[in-house]
Design a protein around this ligand. Structure first.
Ligand code: PMP
Length: 364
């Protein structure tokens, strides 16, 4: 019998999910892939050897469920983050996306609202709606910056249950000063999530929102191993918050959500944090080279404290994206008018991108 495939509209799907589109950055096997803000440097051989050994050890007990509390890994993250944090203030998941989802499952949900300053990370509205909550988009000022008083007024007016502050912001790269975080926290009753996925690419002397955690029990700082740590494929994200927030997350996580293999791999990688992070300085050099070259070509690159650059002044973003694609370079059209986003790759990848873009002619 021929199988008949239903259409999505024909399924008894939740009404609030109808019409939504899934996250879908193109995944194409192009020689130069600079579209999803990965760290394009492979991890060093001695580190991957240690990770393989740790996984081999974990496999001996893989007939048993893993440590549900991923104790060793939480200790590893507390040590890495510093700021006097202890493991009872740490949570982790399969990527920071899952950590953010846990937060929304615990603190958002039907009848609740989640606020973020648009444009920002595209998964925030999707994760919000996935829990049945309502997404509220706030506004940014000139060049995507946020003013503390304006931010506080917008958040106070919206009175959300959860606020996302992406610091620095994806897809724009914009730094977020801590006075904005502080003002937003003071202006609302909800959970304030500071997403520091790209913090390691900020200037060394730029303070993290971790410095604000003491005395602010509704504040959460999330991080990921996907970017600076070059560990995107392993799927490991984490956060720091008050121990009571961590207890709330235990209510919504699936039992044993972090596999023994993930825990072993991440703990082994954390032992080599300095080596894993060694490429950060190179990436920053390439990021700044991208900005300088784009400017020389007549584009308008926005200030970036991340491993990518958003640039405006693109007359035909879809056409430029396709022309780069046809020449083996994958970047990202994030849907902002006249703009494209490119991840800083290795020196060779960055050169390939800049050369192909220059060959297309100067900006309009
Ligand atoms: N936050 C931000 C701002 C991101 O850009 C990303 C990934 N692009 C994530 C969170 C999620 O990363 P991961 O799930 O790989 O940790």
């Amino acid at each position: 019998m021929d199988s008949v495939s239903l259409r999505l509209e024909d399924l008894p799907l939740r009404d609030d999910l109808r019409g939504m589109t899934p996250y879908g950055a193109p995944q194409a096997a192009l020689p130069v892939a600079l579209n999803v803000n990965e760290n394009t440097h492979p991890i060093p051989k001695d580190v991957s050897d240690d990770i393989v050994d740790a996984i081999a050890l974990a496999l001996r007990d893989v007939n048993r469920y893993p440590d549900r509390e991923f104790t060793q890994l939480r200790e590893g993250f507390a040590d890495y983050l510093g700021h006097g944090l202890t493991r009872d203030q740490i949570w982790a998941g399969n990527g920071s996306n899952e950590v953010l989802q846990h937060l929304l499952q615990a603190f958002a949900g039907p009848g609740r609202t989640v606020f973020g300053f648009a444009p920002t990370y595209s998964m925030y509205p999707l994760l919000t709606r996935g829990t049945g909550a309502h997404w509220i988009a706030g506004e940014r000022g000139h060049d995507f910056t946020i003013d503390p008083d304006d931010a506080a007024a917008q958040v106070a007016a919206a009175d959300p249950d959860v606020v996302f502050l992406c610091a620095p912001n994806n897809p724009t790269g914009t730094p977020l000063p801590l006075d904005v975080v502080d003002a937003v926290y003071a202006a609302c009753h909800g959970i304030v999530i500071v997403d520091e996925a790209y913090q390691e690419f900020a200037p060394r002397d730029a303070p993290s929102a971790l410095t604000l955690l003491p005395e602010r029990e509704r504040m959460v700082v999330s991080r990921t191993m996907s970017k600076a740590f070059a560990f995107a494929g392993a799927r490991v994200g984490y956060l720091a918050a008050d121990p009571a927030v961590i207890d709330a997350l235990r209510l919504v996580r699936l039992p044993y959500h972090l596999s023994a293999i993930t825990q072993a791999a991440a703990s082994a990688a954390l032992h080599h944090a300095a080596t894993m992070l060694a490429t950060v300085d190179d990436i920053i050099v390439q990021r700044d080279r991208i900005s300088a070259t784009l400017e020389a070509l007549g584009y308008h690159p926005y200030e970036s404290w991340t491993n990518f650059v958003l640039f405006a002044g693109v007359a035909d973003p879809a056409g430029t994206w396709q022309a780069l694609y046809d020449r083996g370079v994958l970047i990202r059209d994030v849907g902002l008018p006249g703009s494209l986003r490119v991840t800083a790759g290795t020196e060779a990848e960055t050169t390939a991108f800049l050369d192909v873009l220059a060959s297309l002619g100067s900006a309009s």
